[in-house]
Design a protein around this ligand. Structure first.
Ligand code: AMP
Ligand code: MG
Length: 351
């Protein structure tokens, strides 16, 4: 298949003509990758089981890992969900459109092929002007997981999508770099107490401010063993992983730098190519290895924004091992550490 690439001329003033063909592809059961404010999504008609199946094929994604249905405005929600619980209403009012996904009881019209066999459906309303307009023009809810090969770091630029999806899907819309860089926060509002299933840019602190009590799914905090079925099924798979083995180093900054330098030196002596994930503040502390600056500790949004691109960069440079600094788990740090822990396969060293 030849993948058509459409470049958006002006994101701040989207021209519908640039999106019409993409909308038509989505309506007729094809696949289109497009930018959102979180990461690039791989879209298909969420109500069309055959179209959803193509997403799983293109990504190599296990079919019990459910998809998120994207809508463009509140009026499109009732068609998909049986009820909108109070918590869902409050969060929608405050954070939609935006990087927040909520789990609702699904209506029959949403096929099990989209929800991975579950009776609930995950819904998000993206704020990115290209994503939002495309969904509106398509006139159908759009299932859109990240537009990467399953297991690889999520795409935050069109080039990443081209790497993974060229020749496998009908169209890629190039809208430049995404803003946030990590996937949406997921909250289950279908039960008694709202539960955080995946941390993102809408932080735990923000959710609690709006809802009061919020529970945290244990899958966020650590690896899920093979015999439990987590609430957010995607949680059980290895994610965001670079090709090299990665070690996340936690502790006092001085000790972290010393540990990484010692390990980098030993690895280099053993003939291995070493990658180091550092920050603006620590970039001058590492004499050995290939450095990637993930962002500034002063501005955590920069760390989220660059995280996946840095992991892909190490794939490109074919390093054998990666050592990464850690971050606090407050606010956006919870999402950053969740992605880094998964990328490292929970290989964490405390110093
Ligand atoms: P993404 O990987 O961004 O496409 O997000 C999909 C993730 O959303 C899945 O891996 C699940 O963790 C979560 N998810 C989607 N639908 C549901 C659902 N109905 N119930 C619980 N989690 C869901
Ligand atoms: Mg993904």
């Amino acid at each position: 298949m030849i993948t058509k690439i459409v470049t958006i001329t002006d994101k701040t003033n989207v021209n519908d003509e640039e999106l019409r063909e993409a909308a038509e592809i989505l309506r007729s059961g094809g696949l289109v990758a497009f930018p959102t404010e979180t990461v690039y999504g791989l879209g298909a008609n969420a109500l069309d089981e055959t179209a959803a199946k193509k997403i799983y094929e293109a990504k190599g994604r296990p079919s019990d890992n459910p998809l998120i249905a994207h809508i463009s405005c509140m009026e499109e929600l009732p068609a998909l969900v049986k009820e909108i619980p109070e918590a869902g209403r409050k969060l929608a009012e405050k954070y939609w459109p935006g990087p927040l996904t909520m789990i609702f009881p699904k209506k029959a019209v949403v096929p099990y092929g989209t929800t991975g066999g579950l009776d609930t459906v995950a819904v998000r309303m993206p704020s990115d002007p290209v994503a939002n307009r495309l969904i509106r023009l398509a006139g159908v809810p759009v299932a859109a997981p990240s537009a990467n090969t399953s297991g690889r770091p999520s795409p935050t630029k069109a080039e990443h999508v081209i790497e993974d999806m060229n020749g496998k899907i009908e169209m890629i819309i190039d809208g430049g770099e995404v803003g946030i860089g990590v996937e949406s926060t997921i909250v289950d509002v279908s039960g008694k107490v709202p539960t955080l299933l995946r941390p993102g840019a809408i932080t735990m602190e923000m959710l609690e401010e709006t809802l009061g009590k919020v529970e945290v799914d244990p899958a966020i905090l650590g690896p899920v063993s093979g015999n439990v079925r987590p609430k957010a099924p995607g949680m059980k798979y290895r994610h965001y992983a670079p090709q090299a083995e990665m070690t996340l180093v936690e502790g006092d900054m001085q000790a972290v730098v010393e540990y990484i330098n010692r390990e980098a030196k030993a690895a280099k002596a053993a003939g291995r190519k070493v990658g180091i994930i550092c920050t603006e503040e620590s970039r001058s502390c590492y004499p050995e290895g290939i450095l990637e600056v993930i962002g500034s500790r002063e501005h955590e949004e920069t760390v989220a924004h660059n995280l996946f691109a840095v992991l892909r960069e190490f794939d490109e440079r074919q390093v054998d091992c990666i050592f990464s600094e850690s971050f606090s788990r407050d606010r956006l740090g919870q999402a950053i550490m969740n992605r880094l822990c998964k990328a490292a396969g929970y290989h964490i060293v405390e110093v």
